[in-house]
Design a binder for this molecule. Structure first.
Ligand SMILES: Cc1cc2nc3c(=O)[nH]c(=O)nc-3n(C[C@H](O)[C@H](O)[C@H](O)COP(=O)(O)OP(=O)(O)OC[C@H]3O[C@@H](n4cnc5c(N)ncnc54)[C@H](O)[C@@H]3O)c2cc1C
Length: 395
């Protein structure tokens, strides 16, 4: 069996879905396929908690400040021109999400409720409670279902790209013609051919024992690209989230969003001592690499297995409003946030490197594009600024 398309999109997270919707809107006659290896909702996107970093309030915030925060977080290794493109286009891409129906939390006065996260000098995180990714994924899928020219294939696993690399491994001028796809229901491998192929296969968290990423995050797109001799960059820059729940018996580890520290939660060691002031002036709100390394250093010194996130002093009515999902999880595992602290450890969270692409998402071979977490665009440098990844995938 052979399937022919104009566009083949591999992955149904924010990157793949928004690309499909935009192509379908601009080219109503194009035949578009989205293949995704599990249920179509399953993705890192679905689990994003904190939100999207966008400069929406130009009075208290500025593009320049968002650019500077991103550069600082990236430790001198970001590509400034890419940072500027992503930050400057943020409001347009955010407005598209709103037009498609994604709901973001607002205050009583009708203005967006802007959260604060580590490494950001201003409140600029747009969110939907603490389930922003779920809200985005559901809404984008509704748009996809409405589009007659998008054909969605769930439980279809991309195995390898179709290029000339099997025939002539030395040539630099390879083209991409689509991908070989395994249909889990029929157990057949089907060549999906296409004029344009987009890899939007997400990150690699499951390579690590402790990770916040769901089981789909196994780096398949990057591996496929590597096998096809496509350029890969900066794979050494893995971001560890400082505060994954410790002693969770589940894979993936449950994430305690950065926004909880933005809301005032404090990190303490086993004996109740604060320690972040020893590492950075921004204390709990230093960027993720600094907070993760600080926790790791404390654990190595003390021999303890985890540190603690203290929410006991916080307004629980407001906490419930902002973090209902986290509160529910704590109740399920028997932690009373008014009396007890949350045991936390760092966990593999985000891949800053990946398939090398230019500002148009073009890879090093013709007709193959990539976007989202599977790519290296140069936005994140050595370390992603919190909530910049949903934004990058959109832009
Ligand atoms: C717990 C958690 C919280 C987060 N919170 C935030 C946040 O608040 N703000 C923020 O900006 N970022 C956050 N992130 C990161 C962000 O969610 C991801 O970087 C982003 O969603 C990646 O989107 P994507 O479309 O590139 O990949 P994904 O959403 O991971 O989608 C990848 C898709 O590819 C499919 N796929 C993979 N391999 C194959 C294959 N071989 N064949 C077919 N299909 C395949 C998967 O099934 C999936 O559908 C968070 C991540 C996690 C895990």
């Amino acid at each position: 069996m052979k399937s022919e398309f104009d566009f083949l999109i591999i992955g149904s997270g924010i990157a793949g879905l928004t690309y499909a919707i935009k192509v379908a809107n601009q080219l109503p006659n194009a035949k578009i396929a989205i293949v995704t290896k599990a249920d179509e909702k399953e993705s890192n996107t679905k689990y994003a908690q904190g939100g999207i970093a966008v400069v929406i309030d130009e009075i208290s915030d500025s593009y320049e400040q968002h650019v500077n925060d991103t550069l600082k977080s990236g430790d001198g290794l970001c590509k400034k021109e890419i940072v500027e493109i992503v930050v400057n286009e943020g409001p347009q891409r955010f407005n598209e999400l709103v037009e498609w129906g994604v709901n973001f939390d607002k205050q009583k006065d009708g203005e967006y409720n802007l959260g604060l996260e580590g490494g950001h000098s201003k409140n600029r995180i747009l969110h939907h409670k603490d389930i922003t990714g779920f809200e985005i994924e559901e809404t984008l899928l509704k748009q996809v279902y409405k589009n007659a020219n998008i054909h969605l294939f769930s439980e279809h696993f991309a195995i390898d790209l179709i290029t000339e690399h099997h025939l002539d491994s030395k040539s630099e001028n390879h083209l991409c013609y689509g991908a070989y796809i395994f249909d889990a229901a029929t157990q057949e491998i089907i060549p999906f051919t296409s004029k344009i192929t987009l890899l939007a296969t997400g990150g690699i968290g499951q390579v690590y024992q402790n990770t916040t990423n769901p089981t789909i995050a196994t780096g398949d797109g990057i591996a496929m690209a590597y096998r096809a001799k496509i350029k890969i960059e900066s794979m050494e820059f893995i971001q560890f989230h400082p505060t994954a729940l410790y002693h969770s018996t589940t894979n993936p580890s449950f994430l305690i969003s950065e926004a909880v520290r933005g809301f005032g939660a404090l990190l303490r060691d086993k004996s109740g001592e604060l320690f972040m002031h020893h590492y950075d002036d921004r204390k709990e709100l230093a960027s993720r690499d600094i907070v993760s390394r600080a926790i790791d250093s404390e654990l190595k010194k003390s021999g303890d297995e985890c540190v603690y996130l203290d929410c006991r002093h916080l307004n629980m009515t407001q906490f419930k409003k902002h973090f209902p999902n986290i509160l529910q999880k704590m109740q399920e595992i028997g932690i009373d946030l008014k009396k007890e602290m949350i045991p936390v450890v760092p966990a593999a969270h985000y891949l800053c490197g990946g398939i090398s692409v230019n500002e148009f998402g073009q890879s090093s071979i013709q007709n193959l594009y990539a976007c989202g977490e599977c790519t290296y665009t140069g936005l994140h440098g050595a370390n992603r600024l919190a909530s910049n990844s949903l934004l990058e995938a959109l832009v």
